[in-house]
Structures are given as C-alpha cells and as structure tokens.
Ligand binder design. Structure first.
Ligand SMILES: Nc1ncnc2c1ncn2[C@@H]1O[C@H](COP(=O)(O)OP(=O)(O)OP(=O)(O)O)[C@@H](O)[C@H]1O
Length: 742
C-alpha cells in the first residue's frame, strides 16, 4: 500500500528525526510524467517507440534541432555563451586537488590525439577507444578478497597500503586465473565479504557550505546549526504570523552523517567514497552523487572525489592486486536535455543501448585505460572544462547538465590481453544539475525552463530508483529519465549508493534547503521504516509473538485511484494517551486474533484497522468518496470514533489536536505543492509535445490524455482541500467537547 505521512525513525535518533514525509506517492505520479510511462499509462504504448525515435532524430526542436555535426550541433547552439564560461572555470577554486595547473609531458600526444591506439602495458599510458560492449559482462569475475579498514591507504589512518601486502602475500597469483585459496585465506575472504556487506547499501550525507561573500555582504543570516556528533542539523526558518509578527520554526533532521562548513574535502571523501572503493573489486557497482540547489556546493564537493578514489583504486591495483590483471578505465560524459555527450571527445553525441543481457552500453563513449593519477587529473580537468554551464541567479557557473564520471575496474580473465577484459566493478560520480525548480529561475526563458523541467524529471526518477533499491519486488523504475537509464546497472545487483545533499546556509535559501533535506529525508525514512518493520517482525518472530502495532500515534490511510493514478492520503489520526487496547501499558498490546493480519511487514505500523478490531469494523474513511462515518470498535465493544464520556476523561487534555491539525495542514499543503509542481512539468512536457507535433504522429491523442491527467490532478487537490476542511471540523468538535468539560 502506498502510504503518505509515514514517519520513519532512525535508530537512536527518533526524537530528533521528526520531519513528516509527504512526497512518496506524488513522486510516483510525477515520475510517471516521463513520456514513456505516461504513454503507457495513457494506453498509448504504440506511440512510445515512435516518440523515442522522434526524440532521437528531431529533439523536439529544442535541443539543437537534430543533426549537428562538428562540435555537436546541440551543444554549440545552446552553450555559445556558457561554454566559454565553462572553459574558463578554474579548477583551483573548488578543490584542494586542483590547486595547481597541470601540463604533464606528452599530454597533447596522449589525450589530444583523440582516439588512436591503446596504451599497452606502459603504466603511464592510457587507451581511448570505443566502449567495448562485451566488457559489460560482469558475471564471470570471481570476487577478490580485499583488505578493509586500516591497511589500504595512508599511514596516518593506520597501516599503509604496503602493509597490506603480506596480508595477501600467500595468494599472489601472477597473471593467471585464481586458484583455490588456502583455509586462512578462505576465512579472511569470508570476513572481508562480511565487511563488504556491512558497507551501507544507501548512505545519505549532508554537507553545509559556508556563507559566501555575497551573502556575507548582504548580512544574510546562517540559519543552519549542525550537531555533527549526532548526525543531525536544525534549520531555523523565520515565518510570519497572520499579524505579520515573526516567529521561528525549527526543522530537525537526522542523516547518516552531517558535515558542517568546516569539513574539508578530504573528510568528505573519507565519509562517503573511501569505504566503497575496496568493494568495487568485489563486483560492486557504486554510485555517488551530490544533490542540492544551484550554488550549494555540489561541484565543489564532487570534483575532488573521483581523483581521490582513483588514487586509492590505483594503489589497490598496483599493490594489493599487483599482477592480477586488474585495470582502471575512465570515462566522462554529460546528460543535457535528455541527450548524452562525451566530455572527453569534443562533446560527441552518444547513444545509449541495452545489450541482450539488459546491460547498459553507451555507444561511442571513449574510455581511457589509466594507470597514473596525473593522467586522471588531466582527464577530469578536460572534462570539466567541456561541461555545460550557465548562469543562474545563485551561481554564475551553474551546471545545467548532469555530469557522470565513471571509474571502471576490469580484469583480463586469463591474464592475456587477447580477450576483452571483463568489468569487475564500477564507481560512478554524478554531479547533478541544480535542483531548484525550473519555474524558480530568474532567467525565465524557454530554454532555462526546459532545462528545469528535464532536471526535475531526472531528479525525481533518480529518487524513485533509489527508493526501489531496497525493494524486494526487483522492479527499478530506471526508465523514468535518461539519467536513471544510464545508471541502470548501478541500481541492480550488488550496488551501493552515496547521496551527498549539499545545502546553502543563508536565510534566502531556506525553502530550497528544506526541499533538499526533505528529499534526502524521505528516502531515509522509507528505508528506515522498512528496516524497523523488518526488525520488528524478526524480533516478534524470535520471541514467538506476533508483530504488534507499537505506535502510540496511529494513522489511517486511504488510497484512492483517479483513473490509473494512485493517490494516498492520511485521513485519520488517533492519539489515545491511554490506549483502550493496552490496559494502560503504553507499549503493550493484546495478542492478535488473526495471524494473517501481519503478512505485510511494511504495513503493520500504519494500519490502525488491522489488529483485533479489524473483523468488527472498518477504518473510518474521512474524505473518501462515500463519506461514510464508520465506527471502530475494540473487541466489538469500545467505539473509538466518537469518544464516550469515559474515554474522553481518559484522554490527555494536552492531546495536542492543534499541533496535529497544523501537521496535517502542512502535509496537505505539501501535497498540494507537489501536485502543482507536477502540473508544471506536465505543462512543459505538453508544450514540448505540441510544438514538436508533426502531421500524422498522433500526438493530439496524447495531448488530450495529458489534459485529462491535469484535470485529475486538479481533482486531487480538491480532495486534499476537502480533507483539510474535515480536519478543521474535527478540531471544532474537539473544542466543543473540551469546553463542555467532557
Ligand atoms: N564547502 C565549501 N567551502 C567553500 N566554498 C564552497 C563550498 N561549497 C561551495 N563553495 C563555493 O560556492 C560556489 C558554488 O559552488 P558550486 O559551483 O559547487 O555549486 P553547485 O551546487 O555545483 O551549483 P550548480 O548546481 O549551479 O552548478 C563556488 O564558488 C564554490 O567554490
């Protein structure tokens, strides 16, 4: 069941993590805004193929008008001004690793040549070439034990990587397939696997940047306080009352790590990517991406990470796994307006294909075999200079594209170079375009709005995919956007994802900052909720008890369907101070009568109607279309819907209905905002489609469908408003009860 308003609590941080979530279901609605899915949901699958081919050939007239040779017709048309800016971006500004300009000897010969032969075994060479489709086969590579923790990297953090060698000394197998390891090695291998599995599948880290000069000059306030030791932060939002007096609203969030403005890029690396590096030798595909509004520090944060990771990977390749046939490959491309461009090959337009095994292949992407850090630095610098940037209100060098830098570990299967090497693991770094809404940008021209819509779509799709990562159903909605399609193989199998939410500290960015934090928080909440639910079920199983609902605050949820669109809403809220079900014991509940009630672990926390009273009455369906006022009873006796005198007396007079109402109101407003955002995207997409319309392509039918969806969304907003009105009525009823002394 879809659930809105679910409140996942992170272990050990339940108090602080109070943000309510609202986005999940609407994201589903929104993510379905991708053309393909809409066509499907609109029953127009037959158009999907046609549309995608249209997209490739005609670009809907926006992204460069098709064809475009030379320097990439699309890119040059769009970035005439901004690409110069991009080229001038100094790498020293953002990164400790790019502080010095680099001109390694032989660069022109090696890189500038564009193509050419392979680098052979020369450790200082690298070999650009078309991406080898066979190399995407990762299945046959055996796992390799890795030294975790201290041994790997630098002496300041434990043993140096040299120290790690004896650890694997017995297992050196030069240039041939690995044999059966000895017992000790088997043990250490098992324990390494265990450690690998202890690297979180999804990790969410927040980084706050310092106030910049402009903000300081304007005397802007820093509204974010961090409690890094508790992995939490507080946003202090100034709000206005009806009488225009100011008041402060605090929003607290807990994440896997909170990095404040004093944290260096080195520390960011240690917290995010470093733990993942060893496990990409264990057939892991890992993704690290930064998310946040324009100017919040995504590029600043992401830029140094690949180089630091490459350095560590090369250490492993050259020391721990010396002579075992591992090689590092490097590629760098960007997605702009739903199209792929090679950042290391004059922005050559690329094509994405799936092979028979549904592996993603980017045809034409140049991949470089690299074996030294200097070369990687050069490649990163070159790719960054080619990136599409534009100017937004908040950032003069704003990234308007998603840049994807991939480090791929491949291994020659039998030590020979005759067969193409196979992919062992992959580490993808994504510097996302600014997450602010297209509609918010000050430069309100068509192109910027288009970019905004596209960016929004891919961010929503990305979230959907990450949400689905932990999903046992195995369905990953990667088709939601080009970004997620490209990252498809990073979302399946043995994957790891690190999300770095970048936030600006100034008061003027408050709304965007809250959006960024909520985006991250809603992901975590859902994952934690699943973990809690599973843990709870397991604990109950171990103790021989059935899983019971333990939430004091219980929510009823109703789902309604609007012609194929699932919408969920919280419709009922009961917070009995002394539960009629628990004999006064806050956390104890009666044995349940029906074992089948607990089949779905993910729902047990949120279904007040499920336990013992389930068979006696249905949940109260406020706001549902039939509007029936059904009572709920405990064991067929106690009527909950309207408290009796006795129950009212037991109710805590401090039952803060006002607070609940406020919370519900926020929730409804948040829903409304999301629906409105979705409508914005729908409108832009419709406009695109209409303008791209060509005779005979049946887009009219599609547009009619989209109009219908818009109307449905308007109806959904109306529903939410009705719901809010209902809560207000409930509050009044409650006030009457209280004032009459009941
Ligand atoms: N943690 C930080 N410490 C110091 N300066 C920072 C930090 N984070 C960002 N900055 C500075 O803030 C400015 C904006 O950062 P950056 O370009 O990384 O933002 P962005 O989120 O990538 O923006 P966009 O989405 O528009 O590309 C840059 O000048 C950068 O050097």
């Amino acid at each position: 069941m879809n659930a809105v308003g679910r409140h996942g609590q992170r272990s050990g941080s339940s108090g602080a993590h109070h943000q309510r979530q609202y986005s999940d279901n609407f994201l589903e609605v929104t993510s379905s805004s991708s053309n393909g899915r809409w066509l499907q949901s609109a029953g127009l699958q037959h158009l999907q193929q046609q549309q995608s081919s249209n997209t490739t050939s005609s670009d809907f007239g926006y992204y460069g008008g098709g064809g475009g040779g030379g320097n990439g017709g699309q890119g040059s048309r769009m970035f005439n001004g901004s690409r110069n800016v991009g080229a001038q971006r100094t790498l020293s500004g953002g990164s400790d690793l790019f502080a010095e300009p680099l001109t390694p000897p032989g660069w022109q010969k090696k890189v500038g040549g564009g193509g050419g032969g392979g680098g052979g075994d020369d450790p200082n060479s690298f070999s650009p070439g078309l991406l080898d489709l066979h190399s995407f086969d990762t299945e046959l590579i055996s796992e390799v034990p890795v030294a975790y923790g201290a041994p790997l990297y630098n002496s300041t953090r434990g043993r140096s990587f040299d120290d790690a060698e004896p650890y694997f000394g017995n297992n050196k197998q030069t240039g041939k397939a690995r044999g059966v390891p000895d017992n000790n090695l088997m043990k250490s291998f098992a324990s390494e696997k265990e450690k690998a599995s202890s690297v979180a599948k999804i990790k969410v880290v927040v980084r706050k940047r310092p106030l910049n000069k402009k903000e300081l000059a304007k005397n802007e306030e820093d509204i974010i306080t961090t409690q890094s030791h508790a992995n939490s932060l507080t946003v202090h939002e100034t709000k206005l009352k009806v009488d225009l007096t100011e008041y402060m609203e605090k929003h607290e969030f807990v994440f896997d790590a909170v990095l404040n403005e004093e944290v260096s890029n080195d520390e960011v690396y240690r917290e995010t990517v470093e733990p993942i590096v060893p496990i990409i030798f264990q057939r892991t595909k890992a993704t690290c991406f930064a998310y946040g509004q324009t100017g919040s520090g995504k590029t600043f944060t992401m830029k140094p990470l690949p180089l630091k990771a490459s350095r560590d990977i090369l250490r492993l390749v050259n020391h721990t796994y010396r002579s075992q046939g591992f090689h590092l490959y490097f590629s760098f491309f960007e997605i702009y307006g739903g199209k792929l461009y090679d950042l290391l090959n004059d922005r050559k337009k690329l094509c994405m294909r799936e092979d028979g095994k549904q592996q993603v292949c980017i045809v034409g992407l140049q991949e470089y075999r690299v074996s030294d850090v200097e070369t990687i630095k050069e490649l990163i610098e070159r790719g960054n200079a080619t990136r599409s940037t534009g100017t937004t209100g908040a950032n003069e060098e704003s990234s308007r594209s998603h840049a994807i830098l991939q480090l791929v570990i491949k291994r020659s299967v039998d030590g020979s170079e005759s067969k193409p090497p196979r992919v062992v693991g992959k580490l993808s770094f994504i510097d996302l375009a600014g997450s602010e809404r297209g509609a918010d940008t000050t430069d309100n021209d068509k192109q910027t709005r288009m970019e905004g819509a596209e960016i929004n779509k891919s961010l929503l799709a990305l979230k959907e995919c990450i949400r689905a990562l932990d999903n046992d159903q195995g369905h990953i909605p990667f088709r939601g956007s080009k970004l997620t399609e490209v990252l498809r193989d990073s979302f399946v199998g043995n994957s790891r994802t690190v999300m770095i939410s970048c936030i600006s500290p100034n008061a003027g960015s408050c709304e965007h900052t809250l959006n960024t934090l909520r985006y991250a928080d809603s992901l975590l909440s859902e994952l934690n909720e699943k973990a809690l639910s599973l843990g709870h079920k397991l604990a109950s199983f171990n103790s021989g008890q059935k899983p019971l609902q333990r939430q004091q605050e219980r929510r009823g949820i109703f789902d309604f369907k609007l012609e194929g669109i699932n919408v969920s809403a919280v419709v009922f809220h009961v917070t009995p101070a002394v539960s009629p079900y628990d004999d006064g014991m806050v956390d104890s509940f009666p044995e349940q009568a029906d074992e089948d009630d607990y089949d779905d672990a993910t729902e047990e926390f949120y279904e007040p109607e499920q336990p013992s009273w389930k068979n006696n009455a249905k949940v109260d369906a406020y706001g549902s279309s039939n509007g029936q006022d059904k009572s709920r009873r405990t064991n067929g006796q106690t009527k909950l819907k309207e408290p009796t005198k006795h129950e009212s007396r037991n109710w805590n007079p401090d039952d803060d209905l006002n607070a609940l109402l406020k919370e519900e109101e926020d929730l409804v407003n948040a829903h409304r905002k999301q629906v409105e955002d979705t409508m914005d995207i729908v409108r832009v997409e419709m406009k695109l489609l209409v303008e791209a319309d060509e005779p005979g392509n049946q887009l009219d039918e599609y547009v009619i469908k989209l109009n219908t969806i818009l109307a449905q969304k308007a109806a959904a907003i109306q529903q939410l408003q009705n719901q809010l009105a209902h809560f207000q009525r409930r509050l009044k009823e409650h006030d009457v009860l209280v004032s009459s002394g009941l």
